[in-house]
Ligand binder design. Sequence first.
Ligand SMILES: [Zn+2]
Length: 154
Amino acid sequence: MNKSHYYNKDKGDGKIMDRSLLIRKAFEAMEFSYSPYSNFQVGAALLTKSGKIYTGCNIESVAFTPTVCGERTAIFKAVSEGEREFEALVAVGGPKDKDWDELGWSGPCGVCRQVINEFCKGDLKIIIAKSEEVYKEFTLEELLPYGFGPEHIG
Ligand SMILES: [Zn+2]
């Protein structure tokens, strides 16, 4: 197995956090997706620098506008509990009952990228995964080049 596949980062408590665990947590969260209108299920897992994992799923509304994505659910849960430092964000998802292998890669939507830019800084790893073994990893700079962030307010 490729060594770079794993975090290999000791959080100081002896625990080794790996990408497979985060991806698995995101898939578990996807099971809670409430997406009766789009049938597009999303799960997310957010790893804090302190080693905690917050998960989220997309939650739709019949009025559409109140709909929230899985990534933002995870971020808002973490921030609402005092977390502001993040290591990695995993997003998984796709149309219910379809073979994802036939579909292209889909990353966080534009709104989520903006929220990620609010709370997550340069070294955040953004991972989109089709399985624990098949995933892509990005920086926020790659997903949101020249993004508008808190530093631009002055
Ligand atoms: Zn989104």
